[in-house]
Design a protein around this ligand. Structure first.
Ligand code: DGP
Length: 121
């Protein structure tokens, strides 16, 4: 995979969503992150929040990029409020193969609008 300008990777689905070459239903965008509806929703609200910079997984978080993760949680709380999730919600990250990660561009699922179950499978 080749790194293009602005931290975009050439064959990453989520980089293509960020640059608009794959259409998606954006609900939020700023200079660091975008948020859009998951293509396969698991709850009435199912949003993916991702950094514009291509970071593969939580395993690649270090002191140079950890500020982006804090920002993602700020955006998640803001979106949860705007979407009426006052009863609660869940933020999920799947990391690498055993964590169930299927797209190798770090992303956080914001899920809500129903009673969510625990533990995860
Ligand atoms: P994970 O399993 O944690 O890697 O989640 C990847 C999620 O990405 C999964 O819930 C489906 C979603 N997804 C995959 N491809 C697309 C796409 O092209 N558009 C949108 N909106 N979501 C996608």
């Amino acid at each position: 995979m080749e790194r293009l300008g602005g931290g975009i990777m050439d064959n990453c689905i989520f980089c293509k969503i960020i640059n608009g070459s794959i259409p998606s239903d954006f609900v939020y965008e700023d200079e660091k992150v975008v948020a859009f509806k998951d293509i396969s929703p698991q709850a009435p609200v199912h949003i993916l929040i991702i950094p514009k910079e291509h970071i593969e997984s939580v395993d690649d978080i270090d002191e140079t990029n950890s500020h982006i993760i804090g920002h993602i949680f700020e955006v998640a709380a803001k979106l949860a409020n705007e979407m009426g999730l006052e009863k609660g919600y869940r933020i999920v990250n799947n990391c690498k193969e055993h964590g169930g990660q299927s797209v190798n561009h770090i992303h956080f699922h914001l899920l809500g609008g129903r009673q969510l179950l625990w533990p995860a499978g």
